[in-house]
Design a protein around this ligand. Sequence first.
Ligand code: ADP
Ligand code: MG
Length: 314
Amino acid sequence: DFIAVLMFYRDYEAGDQCLTVLNDINLIIAAGEMVAIVGASGSGKSTLMNIIGCLDRPSRGNYRINGQETGELAPDELAYLRREHFGFIFQRYHLLASLTALANVEMPAIYAGTTSTDRQDRAQQLLDRLGMADRIGYVPGKLSGGQQQRVSIARALMNGGAVILADEPTGALDSTSGQEVMRILQELNDDGHTVILVTHNREVANHAGRIIELKDGHLVADRRVKLLAPPGSTPTAHYTKDQPWRAHWDRFAEAFRMALTAMAAHRMRTLLTMLGIIIGIASVVSVVALGEGSRQRILKDISSMGTNTISIYP
Ligand code: ADP
Ligand code: MG
């Protein structure tokens, strides 16, 4: 079960000054909670969120997940922790523009080494569940904001997503799509997912069972609005860890496919690059041919004189 204990400061170096953007944060977040972090712009909400998601580290103090001190973990172990526990949702979705909804949702599982059939099945199930069954083959540009956010929620759930971190998930949406996204997040919380979301909208915050308020980097309020439901079954990490060679091959195949997709998406660039290479090769070939041609021409001229010896006198 997920229990996060944070006691820390976060400083930023600004020239020769040291700016403390999070001050003496003291927080325990338990599995199954739905927490809203509120506060004015610049109060440190995103910084706190990034530290919770292990994308950033405290400057002083500590952050433990299930008793494990995150500061002592190597980068690979941190990456593993992120993959196993966290699913991220952003205000501007951050979907890959050249991939379909399905491929976007599959993405996190590629790095976890899941086989491609498992991946596709699960991605499809998740999109079905979020009401996106008829949009599976669409690229993000052809989806509305609310639909893109649903794709990004499915992506966050792909590896299990026991803890969902959402930074202003409704910030770029109209109110109807925003409500829809909040309904989904609430459902996920009911299913046992821990949901931590940043918002500066009071109405959105009221969906949460607990509201944490930041002001200029200080934690000024921590209110529990609803009782925490007794812990049910928490969602577990969802991927297969065996067959490492398989994972390597899948990742290679995926990189190759992405390269082809990128080439297809930027036809003009691909064409110009190819043209450059063609011109290069063609000029080398013609210079060599020209040289060889003139050599043979001279030899032929000489042999047409009926001799292969020329004597030159001063
Ligand atoms: P919020 O998400 O609540 O709007 P942030 O967590 O993004 O606020 O930022 C909190 C404060 O930290 C802001 O004053 C911001 O200018 C500062 N800050 C954020 N990132 C950096 C950085 N990389 N370097 C210096 N200062 C930063
Ligand atoms: Mg922010």
